[in-house]
Design a protein around this ligand. Structure first.
Ligand SMILES: O=C(O)CCC(=O)C(=O)O
Length: 281
């Protein structure tokens, strides 16, 4: 796909699929790095997600993960004592949100010429990475992600958020691929998650605005083969279903905004202390 087609497709639909974005070897390296994370989960992560713990602690752990490698369990993976109900290898929902700065493999495939070229094609002047996540969506246990806009969580003024979502397994309807409503990026950001101005510690967030009821029949599936990239506009409505299959659906995803043409909101939950780093170095 040439640059012009890519930009016009992105502007029309709010998402673009690029098959074979990375080669097989690169995908193996990313997947191995994701699997290695499952073997090194600090005990703290389990303690935080015990169902008996209070929300405040979960919220602090989440907030602090913006400059760290934080581990987030599937809701059905731990019992109320924080003990595993499933094998550790399939217990995580995701790891985030600074893999692109702190883990060399993810850093190499984020700060990467192929990624920069896509940003240039989309017309981003100074694309800056704000977060990254390894999403496991493991067989049987991988939970659904309800319909949302990514710009709800990472707002910039004007909105310039773009998501990169790289399939590390074949992603299918059966194992919980992405679903989108094409063209919905032309709508506003319906809701913004902001730090509660009443809470000085910034550890509580609230939603401002209302998310409308979109018809489930408006969603189209976006199955993509292992190594494919889905470029996601910050305002496109998207979701993914519970993985009820026997096959894993791992993905590496990160978000960029254009630092040259937009302002990152100081009300966003994610406020980095280590600083954001641009893709064009
Ligand atoms: O990977 C998924 O299942 C959903 C990811 C997603 O919607 C997101 O990161 O915004």
């Amino acid at each position: 796909m040439n640059y012009e087609t890519l930009k016009s497709k992105f502007e029309k639909d709010g998402y673009v699929v690029i098959n074979n974005f990375f080669d097989e070897n690169d995908v193996e390296k990313l997947k191995n790095a994701g699997l290695k994370l499952t073997q090194n989960v600090p005990n703290e992560a389990k303690t935080v997600f015990k169902t008996s713990q209070n929300n405040q602690e979960i919220s602090s752990y989440f907030m602090e993960s913006c400059d760290k490698i934080g581990y987030f369990y599937e809701k059905d993976a731990l019992d109320e004592n924080g003990d595993l109900l499933v094998d550790q290898s399939i217990a995580l929902n995701k790891v985030g949100h600074a893999l692109h700065r702190l883990e060399p493999t993810f850093e190499a495939y984020t700060y990467n010429d192929k990624v920069s070229n896509i940003c240039r094609a989309l017309g981003l002047i100074r694309p800056t990475v704000v977060q990254s996540m390894y999403i496991y969506k493991n067989p049987g246990i991988g939970g659904e992600v309800v319909a949302h806009q990514d710009s709800t969580f990472l707002h910039t003024e004007p909105d310039s958020l773009v998501g990169f979502w790289i399939a590390l397994d074949d992603s299918t309807i059966e194992n919980g691929c992405l679903w989108v409503i094409p063209g919905t990026h032309k709508n506003d950001v319906h809701q913004k998650l902001v730090c509660d101005p009443k809470n000085k510690s910034r550890n509580q967030t609230i939603f401002q605005g209302t998310f409308p009821d979109y018809e489930q029949s408006a969603f189209v599936p976006v199955p993509v083969k292992k190594s494919g990239l889905v470029i996601i506009h910050g305002r496109i409505i998207h979701k993914s279903d519970h993985n009820k299959s026997q096959l894993s659906r791992h993905a590496y995803t990160f978000h960029v905004y254009d630092e040259a043409s937009s302002q990152y909101s100081d009300k966003n939950w994610l406020q980095t202390k280590i600083g954001f780093k641009s893709l064009y170095l």
